[in-house]
Design a protein around this ligand. Structure first.
Ligand code: KIV
Length: 263
């Protein structure tokens, strides 16, 4: 997958599959999978570091995760998330952050929201860095949105989202994440744009989908949003393995003779 293929996939109506990934070991497995794109999302702050929101993520944190993923998945297209406020200070600060994410191994960056960001996005794109937009529920604005809730449910907010999506395309985004948007609206936005959309909680009418790896693997079990599909019960599998190991050690079944060094 490269930047040109995003457009081709949309033209051929072939879905794009993106998954988040934050570490080397997981990236090695993603590298051997049929997944198209890796998002090193700022959700790392939550699923890897235990924060309640993505707000504590910073450029240092994102770079460490991008570097680890890039070492594990050298052939995958990697999108690095611009963390909270990293693109809302000076243009110099923004470009410094973009440069660090790209040098860490990203092939593109993702940036939440368009209001007040159009010029910044255009500048980043003109600098040779592909930008993925992100609209709808933008988690970095959770405090302004009043919680993690579906966006664009009434006609006024739906109209705003449609205009924002067009503005992302006009600013030069090569693709657009639509998060927690009613299916009908996401489908309409997708049809109105020439760039592909990637949905998360946005129904089946987008050009592709994105999920958080830990959700897909059933490792995050405290809260399950409606849009998450757990493909395995990872938490139970891990627990079974941990408990089997503890039981084996306590009952002298581990290590066995062939797991021990001889003189
Ligand atoms: O950080 C992230 O994981 C994301 C996805 C939810 C799209 O931005």
């Amino acid at each position: 997958m490269n930047i040109l293929e995003f457009q081709q996939r949309k033209a051929r109506a072939e879905k794009i599959v993106m998954l988040t990934c934050y570490d080397y070991t997981s990236a090695r497995i993603v590298q051997d999978s049929d997944l198209d794109v890796i998002l090193v999302g700022d959700s790392a702050a939550m699923v890897m570091h235990g924060h309640g929101t993505t707000i504590p993520a910073d450029v240092d944190m994102m770079c460490r995760h991008i570097e680890s993923v890039a070492r594990g998945a050298a052939d995958k297209f990697i999108v690095g998330d611009m963390p909270f406020l990293s693109f809302r200070q000076t243009l110099t600060d923004t470009m410094c952050a973009v440069g660090r994410l790209m040098k860490a191994g990203a092939h593109a960056i993702k940036l939440e929201g368009i209001a007040g960001n159009a010029e910044t996005i255009a500048h980043i794109v003109r600098s040779g860095v592909p930008v993925m937009g992100h609209l709808g529920l933008t988690p970095q604005s959770v405090n302004q949105l009043g919680g993690y809730r579906v966006q664009g449910r009434d006609s006024d907010t739906a109209e705003i989202l449609k205009n924002e999506a067009r503005a992302c395309e006009k600013a030069g985004c090569f693709s657009l994440v639509l998060e927690c948007v009613p299916e009908e609206l996401a489908t309409e936005i997708t049809a109105s744009l020439s760039i592909p959309t990637l949905g998360i909680g946005a129904g089946a009418g987008t050009d592709g989908q994105v999920l958080v790896m830990q959700d897909l693997l059933g490792l995050t079990t405290d809260f399950k949003p409606k849009f998450v599909r757990r493909y395995i019960d990872g938490r139970q599998l891990w627990l079974d393995a941990f408990n089997a190991y503890a039981d084996d050690v306590r009952n002298a079944r581990f290590p066995a003779a062939d797991e021990s060094y001889k003189r």
